[in-house]
Write a protein that binds this ligand. Sequence first.
Ligand SMILES: Nc1ncnc2c1ncn2[C@@H]1O[C@H](COP(=O)(O)OP(=O)(O)OP(=O)(O)O)[C@@H](O)[C@H]1O
Length: 128
Amino acid sequence: MSFHKKIRRDSEKTLKSFKYGFDGIASAVRSERNMKIHIMIMILVIIAGFLLKITMGEWIACIILFGMVIAGELMNTAIELVVDIIMPYQHEKARRVKDIAAGSVLVSAIAAAVAGFIIFVPKIMALI
Ligand SMILES: Nc1ncnc2c1ncn2[C@@H]1O[C@H](COP(=O)(O)OP(=O)(O)OP(=O)(O)O)[C@@H](O)[C@H]1O
């Protein structure tokens, strides 16, 4: 295979991987109530960030935390689906797997909430 053909085939594969990833995000947003809530909170934080003129460092912290929470929720959704496929019945280990996966989202959501509190509360207090 020529070099150019290989480059074209590799870039088509990469584009397809992006499409599969975006399809996965869209499917999780459609099916998961918590994902909708995370996205709503993210939009509100972005609006508050512009209104309260947060600094570049604060934006970077918010962006990293948005990524952590949403990636965590996607991984949790994928784990829930795998558990539902391989264990459609009640099982102690299935319960633990789902609870631990949910716990990982909770850890990043708490970190995001604490960081949000530290960034936004002083700015809101300064307005009052
Ligand atoms: N197969 C199972 N065996 C034992 N316990 C389970 C099983 N499936 C779910 N559970 C328990 O029920 C809880 C809720 O599971 P479920 O699959 O409904 O997820 P969920 O909390 O609705 O997640 P989400 O809100 O993200 O859809 C789990 O955290 C777990 O404690």
